[in-house]
Design a protein around this ligand. Structure first.
Ligand SMILES: Cc1ncc(COP(=O)(O)O)c(C=O)c1O
Length: 386
């Protein structure tokens, strides 16, 4: 099988139905499978929560794309993260990077804390501080990083973090939602587990909520398989199919997202309406060299601080092509206000400390005509002048 990612996106995993030859894996909308005799199945399937052929095709695909040994599909990105965190036990602690998605913070802060799993937030871009924490606190058993991180697009050195973590017996979990395996493969850089909100670029059309996890060692894969079935937050067959359909065009979509995002970021920089623009494609952006070492493109996300001459509400109210909405990674441009939307579950004092200020705006640049996206921003800037 060819190893080029553009070919794997279409032919990777189980890309053809063995029984019929259908080139799109059928949606096996079945909850249970006839067993031939005691303890014997026809093709390894018993009950849909434990395994379904459509879901299995997707799981094989993401495992191949991320170059792990086994993939798992869940009902959402947070279901994937929750189930991965369940691999740990009471007394264990997580060190999480300071710009992780608000919901990741929330499951640790509001749910796992009650079960004796604690967490601490740190700046994972500072490797000295990161190592010091692992050295001093032996209860740290896992670290969760995002790079580029949500929403300031800060870059963490995956290889360096994974190397340090390994030294202290700590599991490295990378949320690869923003990059996807098309641009970045954390397992090849030393991470142990990759998770995705597949709701975003992998699905790509803002029509499916899904989560994925990929494991690179047999023991953890067996444990996660058990937890996936036991806790039960699996992805249903139709959504598994939608996700596979989305993944087929990931490469062409991401290429266009990057082209458009660079165009939008350049416009914002010179617009006079943004105090500061965050985009990993800028040569002077934080971690530029590290990002280019570990990823093959800057991605489709751009964030900026709206200058004081504009009313935030008037700006978002007047957007026409871009939708003012949560989420990212779809074909349509989406604009969000992290402080009141994606990161609202993080207390204001922590938000201020980590730079998620009230005038921060995040743009998920879609694949529309890039000039139309910029025209839309321009007119919204004009209408929001104070
Ligand atoms: C980086 C990142 N990780 C995880 C999640 C959670 O995923 P989901 O909404 O699919 O549960 C999100 C959602 O916005 C996200 O942006």
């Amino acid at each position: 099988m060819a190893k080029n990612i553009n070919t794997l996106l279409i032919h990777g995993g189980i890309s053809e139905d063995e029984t019929t030859g259908a080139v799109s894996i059928p949606i096996y909308q079945a909850t249970t499978f006839r067993q031939t005799e005691l303890g014997k199945t026809k093709a390894g399937y018993e009950y849909g929560r434990a395994g379904n052929p459509t879901r299995q095709a997707l799981e094989a695909l993401i495992a191949e794309l991320e170059e792990g040994i086994e993939g798992f599909a869940f009902a959402s990105g947070l279901a994937a993260l929750t189930t991965v965190i369940m691999l740990f036990k009471s007394g264990d602690k997580f060190l999480i990077s300071q710009n992780v998605y608000g919901g990741t913070f929330r499951i640790l802060d509001k749910i796992f804390k009650n079960f004796g799993v604690s967490y601490e937030i740190t700046d994972t871009t500072d490797l000295k501080v990161f190592e010091k924490k692992l050295k001093e606190d032996k209860s740290i058993k896992g670290t969760i990083i995002e790079t580029p991180a949500n929403p300031l697009l800060t870059i963490t050195d995956i290889k360096a973090v994974a190397e340090i973590a390994k030294k202290y017996g700590v599991t490295t979990i990378v949320d690869n939602t923003f990059m996807t395996p098309y641009l970045q493969k954390p397992l090849l850089l030393g991470a142990d587990i990759v998770v995705h909100s597949a709701t975003k670029y992998l699905g790509g059309h803002s029509d499916v909520i899904a989560g994925l996890a990929v494991i690179k060692d047999k023991d953890t894969a067996e444990r996660l398989k058990f937890f996936q079935n036991a806790a039960g937050s699996i992805l249903e067959p139709f959504d598994s199919w939608l996700l596979m359909r989305g993944i087929k065009t990931l490469g062409v979509r991401i290429d266009r997202h990057i082209e458009n995002a660079q165009y939008v970021a350049d416009f914002l920089k010179n617009s006079g309406s943004a105090q500061k623009v965050f985009y990993p494609g800028f040569k002077d952006s934080q971690g530029y060299e590290i990002h280019n070492r570990q990823a093959s493109g800057a991605g489709g996300m751009v964030s900026f601080l709206l200058s004081k001459e504009h009313s935030l509400n008037d700006f978002v109210k007047n957007l026409k092509t871009a939708a003012f909405a949560e989420s990212l990674g779809g074909v349509e441009s989406l604009v969000c206000h992290p402080a009141s939307m994606t990161h609202a579950s993080i207390p204001k004092e922590i938000r201020d400390k980590i730079g998620i200020s009230d005038n921060l705006i995040r743009v998920s640049v879609g694949i529309e005509d890039k000039k139309d996206i910029v025209e839309d921003l321009k007119q919204a800037f004009l209408k929001s002048k104070i």
